[in-house]
Design a protein around this ligand. Structure first.
Ligand code: SF4
Length: 382
């Protein structure tokens, strides 16, 4: 194999029951025959990428099915994924295999099939455990459905179980957020939490009708951020990235691949890939994606060369958002430049004296209070 001995794989499943009001990910309504074509296309795309990049049986270290709603696929389509796509991967070195699920489309049968396919991590798009907030967000499930899933014993068979949470939703209060957090962590199986502040993209229903929704004000959202952090830390989770919390040994290794600039291939419409020093993205249109693949063409929408300066900026930006911070030895190895030659060291010293960074063993670690100011540090440095 020429350019990558170890790889991660992201697979985008673009089907959803309906569109959530905050969502700007690419998704379309589920249709069984289109899903069949799509699964076939994913396998063809993998073969095309391997041919173009001259990858011969790369060792796959993490696999992540995201969406969309991967759990919406019926069992027979998951079996087909196993036969036509997963069978193509060399999984001898696989350490993590994650699937994003929604509570309304999860079942004991699906859990059992995913385990048979080698899945060892599931994450649930819970977002809130308050029915009023779920309705406002346009989610399909309700609190009862979410809680039923999170307490199912079969979850113990997965190595890790994660939940996604959004705060800053219309009508949300500190009390309702605290209640959501308590009920989430009451499940003994949950050991990872991704908690995102709501961002409103213009293309979403929230963006188009911003004025009619009672969004909490900026101060309340800031308070919510601190409530989430304080609560999860007190519950024994580690904040290893600005929006990601894990119990010991339950970090998302796949996400760390992105943040570490390690190689990954994204398959499916709207998927992104990085094979050093190139990054590219696939088209965000289901029809165009299928058409390209049926003509044996890669469905690219853009591709870029990552030069040293861009790589250095990205490593800094992503490092400042992680408790592990920036490893200067890795930084220098990857960029070929000295850390102090590319970064304003006076500013780094100022961040250390404010208690936002700590220097240890050639690494600038980001402290819990530093994570709150990650964007400020990045703005000042750039
Ligand atoms: S289920 Fe997820 S991907 Fe689908 S519309 Fe809702 S937020 Fe977006």
């Amino acid at each position: 194999m020429k350019s990558a001995s170890q790889l991660s794989i992201y697979i985008h499943i673009p089907f959803c029951v309906s569109k959530c009001r905050y969502c700007d990910f690419y998704s379309t309504k589920y249709d069984s025959s289109l899903a069949e074509l799509y699964i076939d296309a994913l396998a063809v795309e993998w073969d095309l990428v391997c041919r173009e990049k001259q990858l011969t049986e790369p060792q796959i270290v993490t696999i992540y099915f995201g969406g969309g709603t991967p759990s919406l696929l019926p069992l027979k389509q998951w079996q087909k994924i196993g036969r036509s796509l997963l069978s193509r991967f060399n999984r001898d070195s696989l350490i993590e295999f994650s699937v994003e699920c929604n509570p309304d489309s999860f079942s004991a049968e699906l859990a059992s099939l995913l385990l048979q396919l080698g899945v060892n991590r599931v994450t649930f798009g819970i977002q809130s455990l308050c029915d009023k907030e779920l309705r406002a967000a346009g989610r399909v499930h309700n609190v009862q459905t979410a809680l039923n899933v999170l307490h199912q014993q079969y979850l113990k068979n997965f190595r890790s179980v994660g939940v996604d949470l959004i705060y800053g939703l219309p009508g949300q209060s500190i009390d309702s957020l605290s209640m959501t957090l308590q009920n989430l962590t009451a499940s003994e199986y949950v050991n990872h939490c991704s908690a995102y502040e709501l961002t409103i993209a213009e293309s979403t229903a929230f963006g188009r009708h911003r004025r009619i929704f009672p969004f909490p004000d900026e101060d309340s959202v800031y308070e919510m951020t601190t409530v989430v952090i304080d609560y999860l830390l007190q519950e024994g989770f580690e904040q290893y990235e600005i929006s990601n919390f894990a119990r010991k040994n339950h970090r998302s290794l796949h996400n760390e691949t992105y943040w570490d600039h390690r190689n990954y291939i994204g398959l499916g419409c709207a998927a992104h890939s990085y094979l050093h020093p190139y990054r590219w993205a696939n088209v965000s249109d289901f029809g165009v994606y299928l058409e390209k693949i049926s003509g044996n063409k890669l469905p690219r929408s853009f591709s870029e060369f990552i030069d040293t300066e861009t790589l250095a900026k990205e490593m800094l930006f992503l490092g400042l958002r992680r408790s592990d911070g920036i490893d200067t030895e890795v930084f220098e190895k990857r960029t070929g430049k000295e850390f102090s030659a590319l970064v304003d060291m006076k500013k780094i010293e100022a961040f250390i004296s404010k208690g936002w960074l700590q220097y240890r063993n050639s690494r600038y670690l980001v402290t819990p209070s530093g994570l709150l100011f990650a964007d400020t540090m990045a703005r000042e440095l750039f």
